[in-house]
Design a binder for this molecule. Sequence first.
Ligand SMILES: Cc1ncc(COP(=O)(O)O)c(C=O)c1O
Length: 358
Amino acid sequence: MFEMASKDAIQLGLGEPDFDPPPVAIEALKKALDDGRSKYSSIFGLPELRQAIAEYCQRYDETITSENVVVTLSGSEALMATAFTFYNKGDEILIPDPGFVFYRPHAQIHGAKPVPFPLKQENAFKPTQDDLLERITSRTKAIIVNFPSNPCGSRVSKEEVRMISDIARDKNLVLITDEVYDQIVYEGKHNSFLGQYENVVFINSFSKTYAMPGWRIGYFVAKEEFVEKLAMMHYYMVACPSTPIQLGVLAAIKHGQEFVDNMLKEFRKRREVMVHEANKVPGFNCLKPEGAFYAFPSYEQDIDDKDLARKIVEAGVICSPGSAFGAHGTKHIRFSYANNTENIKKGMAIVRQVVENL
Ligand SMILES: Cc1ncc(COP(=O)(O)O)c(C=O)c1O
């Protein structure tokens, strides 16, 4: 889709904030390079960064210490290390559908079977108890959850966190929770799965929080028994995270909250515009995202979502077909609002025109 687009197409397709990282992080990264901090770090990450991450995570689970934290080369690497650690041939892995595009191949690479559970618009893009229970068999090894959700923008209540954690506990599953959008939540507080069940692997990233997806840095948090195994896989894949990047991120954690607050304020404004404009498109029904920076409207027209997305891209707006995120994403289009309001308005006016001309 991205390659089909013309150079001046409006970008409503990207999964990365359109901001620069906090200046304090850039300065710290530069200083780390100037200071010659170019050696390997510990496998687990720099102690001072692990400590800062542990302190951050104590908002979700006050028992977390730096021993529970491993710094990775991104959320993606943390997800892959988790797959390496827990997935075996013949296992079944419950994955959200629609969901982030790595969950399925990560299972398949290890000979495990991805079992999608639906996130339906009529259920506000959250799974019901039955959606999960119906899909659990004696082979089910793990369940992946991702709230706030990419691509749906949904988040979960405390009760829903409890419901899903209870299922994982009853069925003795590893609960892999991808919370890379935990700081991009528009109303109320983020409800984390961390601390709700012993066998949780909590995955997070700095890509979205500090608008540094190209820095490639994230982390996972788990009980020490899990950390031992996860860290080994992480070590064999990447040895350790980049030392200067870790020092940059450390400065962001210590001094970057205002940056995050401002970014969130801006996303909140854009979300209003995006939802308003999307709902002006005939046949479109766009729920208000509660987190992340994606709108995921459904549409009524009798056209395949890939064909519709292609027409929209040809008309000059980059977007993603819902089915790219799983079969339940069919008849949805994902629009990212990591773009300014003017472009969102312009882009969605083009979408309206495309749909009116179908
Ligand atoms: C839900 C989700 N998880 C994980 C990632 C991976 O992020 P990164 O590898 O940049 O940390 C993304 C990126 O788009 C995402 O949307």
